[in-house]
Design a protein around this ligand. Structure first.
Ligand code: CA
Ligand code: CA
Ligand code: CA
Ligand code: CA
Length: 489
């Protein structure tokens, strides 16, 4: 077996911090169930903060990819690690990296850590910091590939479950996604949102975040998220996030996109989603919008050539969303051109499978589009349970859930506050076959939208029953129940 770095230098272990660091590492390792592995193989040790060469993290990653190498790297140096090119692990065996609060940094617009061959990854106690200072006026995608924080790519033929575990980790300053897990053969061109384009492996993706902070990432490219999971082909997304913060991200704080067969199951506890989605900065880009940025017309009144075209010549033309609806005659029925801003947390599920979200003790504030936005399509239902969670001051709705195709909507808001959002406090809609049942308990909304039936909107637009059950709820800005029975208990 080729060992990198060997044992810790004796002189270093004379220092209390180094020995206690090992105790800490062992405790973390035990908590992740790796104790047996650590007992059977000496971990690789990073003994300096150099970009490469003996004792560097880069050399440890290369050594870890050798056949039979231990799958654990201890970052023992107290120095930060500054790199000028991407750190890559191209092994397929699980890898765990343990630090004690050091930072892996780069001044170059490049991905910091790439897992290129579908390995499970655990990172504990490290910070990742890119160059930062990106904006729509200082883009990171014009002279080459924009850098991500951590990029994990699944193999095309991968089976089972890819596990990504981050604990006590922060990510900042990357132009593109903070964390990107890609099970999509289109790579960065994978259809975002509900479009669900691309194929993927049969594997599932499981992400577990604990005490993770992701801030100021995604500000150098359009549609760049705090954490982005693209899952295609068979397989689910399992997402667990505890005590984590997503703040100041260019696009969504969290975006989970699941296409084809499989579920999304998300459990979010004690998280903060704040001030995300502002890459397409309205203060910079709104002046480029046409004077008439929307219109509705009678048939025969306005032809397609008479409305404003695509907006061009701006710092980033991708920011301008142009929707045109035509009559059968070809005349314009309606158009709208607006800036494409993003959400606190955005989950899209398509194909067979459910979308299930449990959110507890979380805060969703100041995001530039919806605070919480989930969409379920095709076979399967939508299940949203929010408890002890607040949505405040988001530009559009506080909470939004849409379901299409066969399958029902089941929502419980318990001890939820939604106030001063630009759209609805909470809105849920069922389409096609299926029922919608929304229970609102010990919950308050106020000051949403223009205050006229903007607290709560529940809509049954398909076949099936619709019920909105209210228990000790104070909806001071009104209820808009569409084809839904309101039951006061
Ligand atoms: Ca898959
Ligand atoms: Ca699915
Ligand atoms: Ca579905
Ligand atoms: Ca349905």
């Amino acid at each position: 077996m080729k060992l990198f770095g060997g044992a810790l230098p004796r002189s270093r272990c004379d220092g209390r911090s180094m020995c206690s660091r090992f105790a800490l590492v062992s405790a973390f390792a035990a908590s992740f169930g790796f104790a047996g592995d650590l007992g059977s193989a000496v971990p690789l040790v990073v003994s300096n903060g150099n970009d490469d060469g003996a004792g560097s993290l880069r050399a440890a990653l290369a050594a870890a990819a050798e056949p039979g190498a231990p799958g654990h790297i201890l970052v023992a140096t107290e120095d930060d690690i500054a790199v000028t090119t991407t750190l890559t692990y191209d092994g397929a065996a699980p890898l765990a990296i343990f630090g004690s609060g050091q930072s892996v940094t780069t001044e170059v617009n490049t991905t910091l850590l790439a897992i290129s061959n579908g390995a499970d990854l655990t990172v504990n106690g490290l910070n990742f910091r890119g160059p930062g200072e990106f904006s729509v006026e200082n883009r990171g995608d014009e002279t080459g590939e924009p850098g991500k924080g951590i990029f994990v790519k699944l193999r095309d033929d991968q089976t089972g479950t890819l596990n990504l575990t981050l604990q006590d980790v922060s990510l900042s300053g990357a132009a593109y996604h903070g964390v990107h897990v890609s099970d999509c053969d289109l790579g960065d061109a994978c259809g975002a949102g509900a479009t669900g384009e691309g194929g993927g492996s049969p594997a599932s993706v499981s992400v577990h975040l604990s005490n993770v902070t992701i801030w100021d990432v995604g500000n150098g490219k359009f549609d760049a998220d705090g954490i982005r999971v693209d899952e295609r082909g068979d397989g689910d997304i399992h997402f667990v996030s505890q005590n984590s913060t997503f703040e100041g991200v260019g696009a969504d704080g969290v975006e989970l996109d699941e296409g084809q067969a499989g579920d999304v199951i998300a459990t979010v506890t004690g998280n903060t989603f704040a001030d995300n989605g502002g890459y397409c900065a309205p203060d910079i880009l709104a002046p480029f919008l046409p004077e008439e940025d929307e219109g509705e017309f009678e048939d025969g009144e306005v032809s397609a050539s008479d409305i404003p075209g695509d907006v061009t010549g701006t710092p980033d033309d991708a920011c301008f969303e142009r929707d045109v609806e035509l009559y059968d005659s070809g005349f314009v029925k309606a158009y709208e051109i607006e800036l494409d801003l993003d959400d606190g947390i955005d989950i899209d599920e398509a194909g067979d499978g459910d979308l299930r979200v449990l959110m507890i003790a979380s805060t969703i504030r100041g995001n530039l589009d919806e605070g919480f936005d989930v969409g379920e399509q095709d076979g399967g239902g939508l299940y949203v349970w929010a408890w002890r969670t607040d949505a405040q001051g988001n530009t559009d709705d506080g909470f939004r859930g849409d379901e299409e195709g066969p399958g029902s909507v089941n929502v419980l808001l318990y001890d939820v506050q939604s106030e001063d959002n630009g759209g609805y406090g909470a809105r849920f809609r069922q389409e096609d076959q299926g029922d919608i049942s929304v229970v609102v308990d010990n919950t308050e909304t106020s000051g949403n939208g223009d205050g006229d039936k903007m607290g709560l909107r529940v809509q049954q637009s398909g076949t099936g029953t619709g019920t909105l059950t209210m228990r000790n709820a104070t909806i001071s800005d009104g209820i808009d129940a569409r084809n839904v029975d309101v039951i006061q208990e």
